[in-house]
Design a binder for this molecule. Structure first.
Ligand code: DGP
Length: 123
């Protein structure tokens, strides 16, 4: 299966994105369809399709995505108010781009649980 996604093209600068942070392992850019006043995606530069594909060798890289989330929270001033960090997996998780990414959402109070009116629950 190809690991090429729209996010590979953003990493390669083949398509534009509003990039807010970059280092040798990761890239963070604003979501094209923001669900909060601040909505950024943090991705590893190494493509990993889903959470199911994360192996022990990726532990440091995946942990690094959270280090970047904490850094952005401080930098953009929402660390104290709070925020949400989400990674969706496959269809039921709502994943649409198969290159793992942390959603960092901030700037408003968010509801929990996310699908209060959804009658389907895991048994
Ligand atoms: P998910 O549903 O968890 O796979 O989230 C994918 C997110 O990626 C979704 O919130 C919209 C965003 N997205 C998709 N295509 C692009 C793009 O070309 N540019 C940017 N900046 N975001 C994108």
């Amino acid at each position: 299966m190809s690991t090429e996604t729209i996010f590979s093209k953003i990493i390669a600068r083949e398509i534009p994105a509003d990039i807010v942070y970059e280092d040798d392992q990761s890239l963070a850019f604003r979501d094209i369809n923001p669900q909060a006043p601040f909505h950024v995606l943090i991705i590893p530069k190494t493509p990993i399709a889903t959470i199911n594909d994360i192996t022990p060798e990726h532990a440091s890289l995946v942990g690094h995505l959270y280090v970047v989330a904490a850094k952005l929270a401080k930098e953009y001033g929402f660390a104290e108010d709070g925020y949400r960090v989400v990674m969706n997996c496959n269809e039921h998780g709502g994943q649409t781009v198969y290159h793992i990414h942390l959603h960092v959402l901030a700037g408003k109070e968010m509801g929990w649980p996310p699908y209060q009116n959804n009658k389907k629950v895991l048994q």
